[in-house]
Design a protein around this ligand. Structure first.
Ligand SMILES: [Zn+2]
Length: 97
C-alpha cells in the first residue's frame, strides 16, 4: 500500500519572556541569563490551604528579586564539584582515609 502524506503546519509555543511579579520589569528571550535564572512557582492548593481552598498560585520572579527575597532562607548555593548526597557512601560512609 502506498504511503499517504500530507503537509502540516505545526505551531510550537515556547517561553520567550516574562514579567517579574515584584519589580514589574519585563525580560525577553534574548537575555539568556535572566531566562535561565527566573524563578517560577506554580502551586495548586488543597483543602485548608492558607491561599484558599483549591486556589491556584503562580509567582514569577526575576533572579534579582528572587535572591533578595530568598537568599536568607536558602541553604546556600552549591558549586560544581561540591560533594553531594550521591557521593556519600562511596568510601563506605566513614568519610575518611
Ligand atoms: Zn524582579
Amino acid at each position: 500500500m502506498p504511503l499517504i502524506r500530507k503537509d502540516q503546519t505545526v505551531i510550537v509555543r515556547g517561553l520567550v519572556g516574562f514579567e517579574c511579579d515584584r519589580c514589574k520589569k519585563r525580560f525577553g528571550g534574548g537575555d539568556a541569563v535572566e531566562m535561565d535564572e527566573m524563578f517560577y512557582w506554580h502551586h495548586e492548593c488543597g483543602y485548608g490551604s492558607a491561599w484558599g481552598d483549591g486556589a491556584t498560585v503562580d509567582v514569577t520572579l526575576c533572579q534579582g528579586c528572587a535572591h533578595e527575597l530568598f537568599a536568607g532562607l536558602a541553604g546556600g548555593p552549591s558549586t560544581p564539584g561540591e560533594p553531594t548526597l550521591d557521593d556519600a557512601g562511596k568510601d563506605g560512609g566513614h568519610g575518611g582515609n
